[in-house]
Write a protein that binds this ligand. Structure first.
Ligand code: MG
Length: 155
């Protein structure tokens, strides 16, 4: 069994959709980035790539490449997982924590689990997603952005 960890963060900005774990969440602000800025997807993608020893999302999908501008990060996760499978591994489970002061994530967790599971062709029961605030502290606490941490196992 192999274990990988991934971390990602994106900054809030007006005029952008808020997409986390492949789910569009109603909110006054969205996240900025070259792709759709889905920090949950990006952290999970880095976790599976890390577990397989395949580098990271920035190497696979460089933000200087116009092909990935506005990219659907669920598709990037699917593509990264294909590389993982080609390297001889398959996904076991993941545990993800998303950290944001707002909006409330609870109503969207099941939808995220389903979308990420569909991308990896696994059961949603293998994708755990937890959400926390940062208790008002620091850049997350001031509502400047969102962070996500993911751990994944491969066998
Ligand atoms: Mg990112």
């Amino acid at each position: 069994m192999r274990v990988g960890i991934g971390y990602d963060s994106h900054r809030f900005a007006p005029g952008r959709p808020l997409i986390l774990g492949g789910v569009t969440i109603p909110h006054s602000l969205g996240l900025t980035g070259h792709s759709d800025a889905d920090a949950v997807c990006h952290a999970l993608t880095d976790a599976i790539l890390g577990a397989a020893g395949l580098g990271d999302i920035g190497q696979m999908f460089p933000d200087t490449d116009p092909r990935w501008k506005g990219a659907d990060s669920v598709k990037l996760l699917t593509q990264a997982n294909l590389a993982v499978v080609e390297a001889g591994y398959h996904f076991g489970q993941a545990d993800i924590t998303v950290i944001a002061e707002a909006p409330r994530m609870a109503p969207h967790i099941a939808g995220m689990q389903q979308r990420l599971a569909d991308a990896l062709v696994v059961s949603p029961s293998t994708i755990s997603i937890k959400a926390k605030t940062n208790e008002g502290m620091g850049w997350i606490g001031r509502g400047e952005g969102v962070a996500a941490i993911a751990v994944a196992t491969l066998s």
